[in-house]
Design a protein around this ligand. Structure first.
Ligand SMILES: [Zn+2]
Length: 412
């Protein structure tokens, strides 16, 4: 590294000397530009300082000890970390959008298909009484002259339905579902689009009445963990090459992000699976939180970041993930008859495969080990690992939505 620096300084001196001799201002500008070009050139693995030597199969296109301004600007240039930065930066904004979407939409999203599966729950309802009440609420229902009129009527009438003390949202939905389409199919009103639109309106308007959303915090803790991990990783890849000190701090931030993502991933499945069994709920939550904090503390040790620790790092994070098998089996034993339990387990298996593959690629450094230097810019193991992490986290988000819907509809 020192040799390279001396060489660069020499190049600087020569260009300055040249400028002095000619005394020409245009040449002076040219010299400066040339110097900048030489100074912020990408370098090869063998000329890196020790702390930046991590993967010898990535041969070139390294930034090395650039000033912060140049490093920040390098987010828009091509080097061997460009895609590492962008894969997780895009992932961060993707999860930010999911968080905003979830906060705004999910409590009100009612899947019509899932609502049609609930008659079992409603079997005990006093439908005659409810039907009578519904008729008084919507007097024109039996002889509906016009579907559009019904839409308007539903919109104005339904928001006040929760004022009826004996009318619970569940039963109301049942009545609407059983009576509306039947009446329409008997009449001349066969416009499927309008009928579907009416059904959607009904579902959306009465969703707040019939669905009692359970707490969302475990889901948002997971989304927060995912966003922290992705942003920390992206920042780490952008800034680490600045100096040994910053690299040390950034790598710890990166490891903390991974541990946070894995720990917080336990929150939605554990909380929503065991919310009716506080003992196991607390047991699993405390276990994974302690494991996450311990991993972060362990990663503060200087030796944790050395290349020799690559397999231990991967194994530790993999072990954290694998400990999730226990609550998933437990959930299956408790709720084997519930379709949601199987549905979420399917997502969890897919997530495990994506993370497992990610850890394998990370530890083995495939494919660059087969063709060193060929994957410096695009396609090396770390980029594949990043994409697999985002895909795994997204799979987990989808599983989280299933948990929310399950508990919103059935409660404990
Ligand atoms: Zn990374």
């Amino acid at each position: 590294m020192d040799g390279l620096k001396q060489g660069l300084e020499h190049a600087n001196v020569s260009s300055e000397t040249m400028e002095k001799h000619t005394g020409c201002s245009s040449k002076e500008g040219k010299g400066k530009r040339l110097w900048k070009k030489v100074k912020y050139q990408l370098v090869e693995y063998h000329s890196l300082p020790g702390y930046l030597k991590d993967n010898e199969y990535i041969v070139g296109h390294y930034r090395s000890e650039w000033p912060l301004k140049q490093i920040l600007l390098s987010i828009f240039t091509i080097h061997n970390e460009t895609l590492n930065v962008w894969t997780h930066l895009i992932g961060f904004f993707f999860f930010l959008s999911l968080t905003i979407y979830t906060a705004m939409k999910v409590p009100r999203v009612v899947d019509l298909h899932s609502l049609q599966q609930i008659p079992d729950v409603l079997r005990r309802a006093d439908l005659h009484k409810l039907h009578a009440e519904l008729m008084t609420c919507l007097p024109s229902l039996p002889h509906m002259p016009d579907l559009h009129k019904l839409r308007e009527e539903l919109k104005t009438t339904l928001p006040s339905m929760d004022l009826l003390p004996s009318l619970q949202g569940w039963n109301f939905m049942e009545v609407l579902y059983n009576c509306l389409p039947e009446r329409f199919s008997n009449g001349n009103y066969t416009d499927v689009c309008v009928l579907r639109s009416v059904k959607e309106d009904v579902a959306n308007i009465i969703a707040p009445l019939m669905v009692r959303p359970i707490t969302r915090w475990p889901f948002f803790v997971f989304l927060g963990g995912a966003m922290f991990c992705l942003l920390a990783s992206s920042t780490c890849h952008l800034l680490s090459c600045h100096s040994e000190r910053l690299s040390y701090i950034m790598l710890r931030l990166d490891y903390a992000g991974i541990a946070a993502l894995i720990s917080t991933s336990f929150y939605p499945p554990v909380y929503y699976s065991f919310m009716c069994n506080p003992f196991f709920c607390n047991l699993y939550m405390v276990f994974i939180t302690v494991l996450g904090v311990a991993t972060i503390l362990f990663s503060l040790l200087p030796m944790f970041q050395t290349p020799e620790f690559r397999t231990i790092r991967a194994s530790l994070f993999l072990g954290m993930g694998l400990s999730g098998i226990a609550p998933i089996f437990h959930k299956l034993i408790l709720f084997w008859h519930q379709p949601e339990a199987l549905h979420t387990t399917g997502y969890e298996i897919l997530m495990g495969l994506l993370y497992g593959l990610g850890a394998l690629v990370y530890a083995t450094r495939i494919p660059e080990r087969w063709m060193p230097g060929k994957f410096d810019i695009a396609g090396h193991s770390h980029q594949l690992f990043h994409i697999l992490v985002v895909a795994g986290a997204y799979t987990h988000y989808r599983a989280g939505l299933v948990y929310l819907k399950w508990r919103d509809l059935y409660g404990c």
